[in-house]
Design a protein around this ligand. Structure first.
Ligand code: PGA
Length: 250
């Protein structure tokens, strides 16, 4: 049985004090979660989040990682630096990074491999722009991003990879993909994984939906056969909202 995974992506929100307060508020609310619970915080909040989450269901995630071990890469953070802080998951290839920070399929791949090499798990984001969907290019884009993102990642390492399908037009817009649209595109992703790694891997890889997922639509989305979890932005910034998503089965 695959364990669903709900991950919060705080983006560039919450200083240390706010992090501590929010995590402490979340801990009791998610204690009966049946799914895996991850919260991806800003680098500067990792340490305080770890302390606040100690002994709870909440696992720590980061939102980016550099591929080099160390060196002259101003502003970047390496995988071993994150692993040292007990970070379990790293988001790579979020569409905001692709759009605003020049992230490409090949840098996404390098970042994913670095996180895996440091024994962390990866949430690899893929998703089409609105213009690409309108041009009928959704599958093409998703296939390219998935294939390039997973390049040179072994079958063994793939067990530590979660893919997040996030249609860019649904992120932070309040516009969710219909559960059917999400399910259909995730099916395409699963097919590529199957082609690259075989039937069992295609079946077992966890694929999340992300994009305005919240307490109201989580049940319907999670009921779809292809959807194994969610990557939650806005609704992860309030403890009660996030807990409702995490406890979607209740
Ligand atoms: P959203 O963000 O839930 O606010 O749409 C999702 C994400 O960007 O991961």
């Amino acid at each position: 049985m695959k364990r669903p995974i709900i991950a919060g992506n705080w983006k560039m929100n919450n200083n240390q004090a706010a992090t501590k307060a929010l995590i402490k508020e979340m801990v009791p609310l998610v204690k009966d979660a049946e799914c895996e619970v991850v919260v991806c915080v800003p680098f500067t909040s990792i340490e305080i989040a770890r302390k606040a989450a100690r002994g709870s269901k909440i696992q720590l995630g980061a939102q980016n990682v550099h591929w080099a071990e160390n060196g002259a890469y101003t502003g970047e953070v390496s995988a071993s630096m994150l692993a040292e802080l007990k970070v379990k998951y790293v988001i790579v290839g979020h569409s905001e990074r692709r759009q605003y920070f020049g992230e490409t399929d090949s840098t996404v791949n390098l970042r994913a491999k670095a996180a895996l090499n440091a024994n962390m798990k990866v949430i690899l984001c893929v998703g089409e722009l609105l213009s690409e969907r309108e041009d009928g290019k959704t599958a093409e884009v998703i296939i390219r991003q998935t294939e390039e993102g997973l390049k040179d990642i072994s079958k063994q390492e793939l067990k530590r990879v979660v893919i997040a399908y996030e249609p860019v037009w649904a992120i932070g817009t309040g516009k969710t993909a219909t559960s059917q649209e999400a399910n259909d595109t995730i099916k395409v992703i699963r097919k590529i994984v199957r082609k690259l790694y075989g039937r069992a891997s295609g079946q077992s890889i966890r694929i999340q939906y992300g994009g305005s997922m919240n307490a109201k639509n989580v049940k319907e989305l999670m009921a779809m056969p292809q959807i194994d979890g969610g990557l939650i932005g806005g609704a992860s910034l309030k403890a009660e909202d996030f807990a409702k998503v995490v406890n979607y089965h209740a």
